[in-house]
Design a protein around this ligand. Structure first.
Ligand code: FMN
Length: 317
């Protein structure tokens, strides 16, 4: 059977499949559907310094090809996370990644300092899509200098692997990717949700209370794949692809464009057990093609070349 183990910025993973933050509880709520040992790592929901109530309901709406959400980073804060959640996550048989968020640049460094002390945490993922209260509520992810300041603070606070989670809602994601690499990120997660909205034309009511929210799921895959590819071209550190993944072939597509691992999010809502089977399905696809090691696929994208039949047809036209 093909070897599936990969290295992600210093974090050794038994396979390249991770849960995506906020879509899998803190990982353990789903263990009756998907055993943690079937995953490379569990990623927590975003944890902030203080508890956050989140946004008013409704804050999830289904669309033709995915979900809109405006959860607003609801969580019980770092104290409750350390007391009630982390010990249980650590008992799971896979790596543990804690995803952190903040309102100010310093919040991220403070959280990293606290989590640095906890041996149960194998890596930190920095959610740069949080609104920056000192920057007109624009997300940290939209300005390379601000993103760099956040990652620099986290880097100074811990030597655990640091993943910078990027937003697709930017003009040039390569700029942000380079800024995070320069600040010391060990890997990049590409990407968080796309900004979207929905409305019911009959009632005039938006699908979610905040009108705009994060769009995720199968509909975002081409955009997220493009972002992951751009990041892979921009930096040397590993990329963790995320966006619209639900099948083993999606996983392999992300690896081919340059990702070392992937995260599975919205597809867990429609079938929470699906993620548990992905690693075995990836291995069968590789076996069928005689590929002994999943790492052989990473970054194997090549230039487009028309198939011989297509080239002949074009030549005749
Ligand atoms: C309901 C919901 C909650 C989410 N919460 C978080 C979160 O707390 N922190 C975070 O970094 N990303 C969060 N995300 C974004 C996902 O982790 C992921 O980046 C995004 O949904 C794209 O992947 P997908 O298309 O597989 O869902 C959330 C997504 C959804 C749908």
């Amino acid at each position: 059977m093909a070897s599936l183990s990969v290295d992600c910025g210093g974090l050794a993973l038994r396979n390249p499949i991770l849960s995506a933050s906020g879509t899998f509880g803190h990982g353990l709520e789903m263990q009756h559907f998907a055993a943690p040992h079937s995953l490379g790592a569990l990623v927590s929901k975003t944890v902030t310094l203080k508890p956050r109530p989140g946004n008013p309901h409704p804050r999830i709406a289904e669309t033709e090809a995915g979900l809109l959400n405006s959860i607003g980073l609801e969580n019980r804060g770092i104290e409750a996370y350390l007391r009630d959640v982390l010990p249980a996550m650590a008992s799971a048989d896979c790596a543990v990644v804690t995803n952190i968020g903040g309102e100010k640049v310093e919040d991220f460094a403070e959280l990293a300092r606290i989590l640095h002390e906890r041996s149960e945490v194998d890596a930190l993922e920095v959610n740069l899509s949080c609104p920056n209260v000192q920057g007109g509520k624009l997300p940290f992810s939209t300005d390379p200098r601000v993103a760099q300041a956040v990652i620099r603070g986290v880097r100074a606070a811990t030597n655990k692997p640091v993943f910078a989670k990027l937003s697709p809602n930017v003009t040039d994601i390569g700029d942000i990717a380079r800024a995070c690499e320069a600040a010391g990120a060990d890997a990049l997660t590409a990407v968080n949700t796309l900004l979207g909205m929905s409305v019911d034309w009959r009632t005039g009511a938006p699908g979610i209370n905040t009108v705009m929210g994060g769009y995720s799921g199968v509909g975002i895959k081409p955009v997220a794949l493009r972002c992951a590819w751009q990041c892979a071209r921009a930096v040397k550190i590993p990329i963790i692809g995320c966006g619209g993944i639900g099948k083993a072939s999606d996983v392999l597509e992300y690896l081919v464009v340059g990702c070392s691992a992937v995260q599975v999010g919205t597809s867990c809502f429609s079938d929470p057990s699906n993620i548990a089977g992905l690693a075995a399905e990836v291995a069968s696809l590789l076996d069928a093609r005689g590929i002994a090691d999943v790492r052989a696929l990473i970054g194997s994208i090549r230039a487009f070349a028309p198939s011989p039949a297509c080239a002949t047809a074009v030549g005749k036209a």
